[in-house]
Design a protein around this ligand. Structure first.
Ligand SMILES: *Cc1c(COP(=O)(O)O)cnc(C)c1O
Length: 341
């Protein structure tokens, strides 16, 4: 099977497994696990923030951020197809008691004017706007990179209105590798950032939340309430350190593979790439084949290639470290076969 469903299917490298084997550990709820502390310090340094918190997943990182930034009855501004809105089980409502205010963006980027207009005035009828959430790269928009100027303009609005900005940076390293803008520079335009170790970087478990020291202290308590207080977590944090230290540059390879795959797709009549391919995600429209996404994917699976539906006629392929350059001609061949069927 060639698995292009997600970059979450990546398996830990030998170096990661050995790092876990050798890791020095302690009880992390007592903040006594040296490996977790090392990972958190490294992450804070890379992102230019005071502190960091190792969390079990991207969802837990985003939701600990929401719970720490917001109070019940408040509102968060986010893009209409944000992961926080679409794919986190309405946790912000279920647990934090806040509601989303969504804005339709273009390739995941909200217009700064729309963001400013959505900020609530001081009125007894209204919830207070307590957070602006950005997503870079934007998953639903096909791995789109938020333009630097867009992030900067929204950050300035946040500062002007005294509203913090949180970045769902699950794939911020993909944006960084593609643009050459460091994660530290991106983080300078937001108050807090969540990023995933377990996607393209290949670690088996975990995400990190970075931000100011006082914020992370409170987020640590929310993580505990969410059941994310872990004990000898150095065993899983050690692979995370390997991910940060050794796996960032390799994302370039995933991006090259995605561009290569997109060219193949566009050369097949009946298939069309939706939007631009900027990082490791390729969205493919299959409508012209006469099949919907589910039917097309079922056929593709029979032929040994996995992808996921991303709309009635759209499928998503995510290049990742388990898929080599040699696999790409095979993917092309199987796509051609599917179309001909
Ligand atoms: C994957 C992802 C998350 C959540 O990460 P999990 O570890 O799956 O909970 C959050 N935001 C974006 C944009 C993602 O792609």
């Amino acid at each position: 099977m060639i698995d292009l469903r997600s970059d979450t299917v990546t398996k830990p490298t030998q170096a990661m497994r050995l790092a876990g084997f050798d890791a020095e550990v302690g009880d992390d709820v007592f903040e006594e696990d040296p490996t977790v502390r090392q990972l958190e310090e490294r992450a804070a340094e890379m992102f230019g923030k005071e502190a960091a918190l190792y969390v079990t997943s991207g969802t837990q990182g985003n939701q600990a951020a929401v719970l720490t930034h917001c109070n019940p009855g408040e509102e968060i501004i986010m893009e209409a197809n944000a992961h926080l809105f679409l794919y986190e089980g309405a946790t912000m409502s279920a647990l934090a008691g806040v509601q989303p205010r969504t804005i339709q963006g273009e390739r995941g980027a909200m217009s700064p004017d729309d963001v400013e207009a959505a900020i609530r005035k001081d009125d007894i009828h209204f919830p207070e706007t307590s957070l602006i959430c950005l997503e870079n790269t934007h998953n639903k928009a096909g791995g789109a990179i938020l333009p630097w100027d867009n992030m900067k303009a929204i950050h300035e609005i946040g500062q002007r209105y005294n509203i913090p900005v949180h970045l769902d940076g699950a794939r911020i390293f993909n944006a960084s590798v593609a643009t050459g803008i460091s994660v530290k520079e991106y983080a300078s335009l937001t108050d807090t950032v969540q990023f995933c170790l377990s996607k393209g970087l290949g670690a088996p478990v975990g995400s990190i939340l970075v931000g100011p020291k006082s914020f992370i202290k409170r987020a640590r308590k929310w993580r505990k309430r969410l059941g994310g207080g872990m004990r000898q977590a150095g065993v899983i944090a050690a692979p995370g350190l390997v991910a940060l230290n050794e796996m960032v540059d390799r994302l370039e390879e995933d991006h090259e593979h995605a561009k290569n795959l997109a060219e193949s797709v566009n050369s097949i009549s009946g298939l069309e790439v939706e939007g631009k391919v900027e990082t490791n995600i390729v969205l493919i429209n299959v409508k012209e084949t006469g099949m919907d996404a589910e039917a097309f994917l079922a056929k593709l699976k029979e032929q040994g290639v996995l992808a996921v539906p991303f709309g009635p006629y759209t499928i998503r392929m995510v290049t990742n470290k388990e898929v080599s350059a040699e696999d790409l001609p095979e993917v092309k061949k199987q796509l051609e076969k599917c179309v001909q069927a």
